[in-house]
Design a protein around this ligand. Structure first.
Ligand code: ZN
Length: 128
């Protein structure tokens, strides 16, 4: 079993790799979007469709990039792997399975109870 420190180091490395991949993809897409589109392009023109797809992809990748940055900042501040609700360290076994967990098992269970009762909305924070 990995220690807490090993899990955090591994997660940080994964996030750094992911950030690099996202940066590369964003750069290529932005480059592709710089290319002038024919002003006479009609609705349904393949170039225009491609361009819209690329723009949607850029937005999506930017959101992912932001989430990766937030996770890296949490690691730097030593807040990664700390339960957002009770401030206790999240069990390393749980982190190994769910590296993006922001709640400890106990809080997670309590929150899910509230969600089942309809007290809390079901929010699924998307990190990747
Ligand atoms: Zn907790």
């Amino acid at each position: 079993m990995l220690t807490r420190e090993q899990i955090i180091a591994r997660e940080q490395q994964k996030l750094l790799d992911e950030r690099e991949r996202l940066n590369g993809a964003l750069e290529r897409l932005r480059e592709a979007l710089k290319v002038e589109v024919d002003v006479d392009a009609e609705e349904g023109d393949p170039d225009l469709v491609e361009r819209e797809k690329n723009m949607a992809l850029v937005n999506q990748l930017e959101r992912k990039h932001e989430a990766v940055q937030a996770a890296l900042r949490a690691i730097e501040k030593g807040k990664y792997g700390i339960c957002e609700r009770c401030g206790q360290e999240i069990n390393p076994e749980r982190l190994e399975v769910r590296p993006d967990a922001t709640l400890c098992v106990r809080c997670q269970m309590e929150v899910e109870k509230f969600i089942k009762r309809g007290v809390l909305p079901r929010a699924q924070p998307e990190r990747f």
